[in-house]
Design a protein around this ligand. Sequence first.
Ligand code: NAI
Ligand code: MG
Length: 394
Amino acid sequence: MATRSVVVMPGDGIGKVVLPEAVRVLEAAGFSAEWIEAGIGWEHWVEQGNPLPEETVELIAEHKVALFGAITSKPKDKAAAEIRAELRDEGHVYFSPIVGLRQHFDLDVSIRPCIAFPGNPLNFIRRAADGGVDEPRVNTVIFRQNTEGLYGGVEWTNPPDVVWDALDTHPKFAAFRDVPRPDLAVSTRIFTRAKCRRICKQAFAYAALHGYRSVTVCEKPNVIRETSGMMLDEARAVHEAYPQIQLWDTNIDAQMMWLTKNPEDYGVIVAGNMFGDIISDGFAGLVGGLGFAASANIGREVGVFEPTHGSAPKYAGLDPSIVNPIAMILSAVMMLDWLGETEIAERVRGAVAAVVVGGAVRTYDMLKLRGGPEAVAQGAATTTQMTDAIVEAL
Ligand code: NAI
Ligand code: MG
């Protein structure tokens, strides 16, 4: 087998800690690759005025697959203040490099599995009818459209004349006509049929492959008729090819309420960008939170795999590190699936499951301790000890 190559972008803060741990696990599981390190994040913004260096984009274009740790981003004014003095007047504008990557490579399909590991003390429990306690078996995979909608970036405060005039052609704009222009902010929610179709197709194909019995469109078509309506229409069209799978639709607000009532009922969920973001954080909270939440960003050619968490600056400098590497490891496992290395992927997942159910090695979050250097003395495993345990279980 030719050696694969994978671009690795540790990024900032704990990204630099957890990404090498994921690589260590993959290698122990027998996945060999040339790991090509590429820069991304805050120090590149400060030094070059660009958090997503051109070399990094070129490396990803060449190698097609990348692991990403996390980056630090800061509000506009803070970003402007921290850039190197020589660059200050060159008109650099900070942008999120991960959002930049999603746009540049058209990584339009985001997959976020929220699958509870038995024995995880962070799993959601609820009061049963008889007064006892229920631990529902949450096994939900969210397919989030990753490039359009409210995160598409087409927005204005004080919209220019042509935009204002266009809006004014809509009868419902009458309610806003007298608002002073500088007091008017507009963020668009643009959906396209092709992208709705693609996310729905991916969701149904995944459900069929992995034996889920339902796909739920989670939007709000009764109110946001045009965009949410288009997603639902496309889901219905795609559904025709999958008669064995049920198509459900829920509204995002009601779905959030049902998170704590019957989360075990939902298999695959498909949603636009904003609602997909919300619902995937909601489900992630039921199965362990940020220490467990993995994700994939998939385009037609390129895949970028990342934990949902950020750079956790509070814990970035701790030695030894206490953060949970599992979210990053599970993201790397999603990469293995995407590369067709399903046997190795299953083995790593099995090793993580064994460590979680074994219970002897738990990071501070799993013990519900306050994070900090004292967590280790209170019995928390370090990041390295958690990785060691997973490698051992392999
Ligand atoms: P965060 O996800 O970095 O951390 C929030 C809290 O979650 C941490 O303080 C910690 O208590 C916990 N946590 C996160 N990862 C953990 C892990 N692996 N194990 C155990 N506990 C963990 O979010 P925050 O503090 O809002 O943002 C920090 C920085 O990260 C900001 O600059 C933000 O912009 C950036 N960020 C980057 C993301 C990315 O790179 N995709 C995503 C979210 C935030
Ligand atoms: Mg989010």
